[in-house]
Each structure stands twice: as C-alpha cells, then as structure tokens.
Design a protein around this ligand. Structure first.
Ligand SMILES: Nc1ncnc2c1ncn2[C@@H]1O[C@H](COP(=O)(O)OP(=O)(O)O)[C@@H](O)[C@H]1O
Ligand SMILES: [Mg+2]
Length: 210
C-alpha cells in the first residue's frame, strides 16, 4: 500500500515545526503509522549537512553551495527514509521539503529557476508530497516571534527584509500555481485554531479519520 506524504512550508517562525508535531501526534493517536521528519536533516548524513547550513559562522557560503547542500541532504532523506516509509504505507509528516528550495534558493537567492527545478527533481527522484500546508504570516509577525523567542538568528534568518519578502511572495505564487497540492493556511490565529483547520483539510481532501 502506498503511504501519504504531507509537508509543511512557510517562512521562519510561521509555525511549521509546531504544527507538524501536533499533526504527527494527532495521527498517532488516531492509530496511523506516522513519521515526523525535519529538513534539512532527518537522517545522519543530512543532519551533518544541516549543521553546516544553519551555522551562523558560515556566512561566506556561496548561493550555489547552499543549493547543492540542501539538495544533497534531501537526496539522502528521500532515499533513506521517505521512499521506504511510503512504500510501507506510512504517513510522512515533513517539516519543509522541496518547495523550500524553490522559494529560498530559487526566488530568495535568485538562482536560475529552471536549474533549481531540475535539481529538485534530481534530489527527490520526483517524490512529491500529496498535500503541502503553506503557513502564511506577515513578515512583521515573523519578526515579532523571533524577538519573543529570544533566540539568536541563524544564517538564513539574518538575511535582509527583501530576501524574506521574495521568499514569502514566492510561496504564495507557488501555491496559486498548484492549488491541488497546496493548502494555504493563515498562520496568525492561535495554534489550536490552525491545527483544527489543518485536520479539517486532511479529512476533506484525503479522507483521514482524525
Ligand atoms: N499560531 C501561533 N501563534 C503564536 N505564536 C506561534 C504560533 N505558531 C507558532 N508560534 C510561536 O512562534 C515560534 C516559531 O514557531 P515554529 O513552529 O518553530 O515555527 P517554524 O518552524 O515555522 O520556524 C515559536 O516560539 C512558537 O511557539
Ligand atoms: Mg521550524
């Protein structure tokens, strides 16, 4: 039996990690065999790459190295974890996947979009989520949540306002271009309200009993 691949996308502090974790718990409670994955990372080689990518010391990384490192990490988790889990009929909940590269490296870094598309296909063997939740929040809300968290900004979070604006607009454009896969969710209400909406969408679109 083929499994179900669900991903979460959105700018930093949009609530992806929180909502992916909640959905994972909900699925497990409902008796589904689910796995929660984070990107970049999720398997040992990819976690090592994650460390390089998010390290604020690596400010000299070229845009092209960044694209290839994200893609390398993704190729590893796709082959090692995602494909076997889907083949075994599991539900995969991914905190970011291939759309992050389109949004950040393609539109954010303004690398050649056609090349990015091909690298994405190469790194994933064209394995795509059946549903992608785009958590949409204004940049000011993201900035306020960053301040409130008291965390130091990582390498990507330090990018300027224009970069984040391009990424956010790209996500919305991508969702518009693929309405059958993307579900755009307003990320500003309470976490409970958002997870209710996510569960409702999964009942309606995929018939999940959650
Ligand atoms: N709907 C929400 N309302 C208020 N704060 C939220 C909401 N969702 C997430 N947060 C807070 O924002 C921060 C970032 O959430 P997180 O799930 O880590 O986002 P992401 O993984 O997209 O960066 C956390 O401190 C979290 O508690
Ligand atoms: Mg996160």
């Amino acid at each position: 039996m083929a499994g179900i691949f669900i991903s979460f996308e959105g700018i930093d502090f949009s609530g992806k990690t929180e909502q992916a974790r909640r959905l994972f718990e909900t699925l497990r409670t409902a008796g589904y065999d689910a796995e929660l994955l984070r990107e970049p990372g999720g398997v040992e080689i990819a976690e090592a790459i994650r460390h390089i990518l998010l390290d604020a010391k690596n400010s000299g990384m070229t845009d092209r190295a960044e694209l290839l490192l994200y893609s390398a990490a993704r190729a590893q988790i796709t082959k090692e974890k995602i494909q076997p889990a889907l083949a075994a009929g599991k539900i995969i909940v991914a905190d970011r996947f291939v759309d992050s590269t389109t949004a950040y490296q393609g539109y954010g870094r303004q690398l050649d979009l056609d090349f990015v598309r091909r690298v994405n296909l190469f790194a994933t063997w064209a394995t795509l989520p059946v549903i992608t939740f785009l958590l949409d929040i204004p940049l000011e809300v993201a900035a306020a949540r960053l301040r409130q968290s008291g965390k130091a900004a990582d390498r990507l979070e330090r990018e300027d306002h224009d970069f984040h604006q391009r990424v956010q607009q790209a996500y919305l454009q991508m969702a518009q271009a693929e309405p059958a896969r993307f579900a755009v969710i307003d990320g500003t209400p309470s976490m409970d309200a958002i997870s209710r909406q996510i569960n409702e969408t999964l009942r309606r679109r995929l018939g999940l009993r959650i």
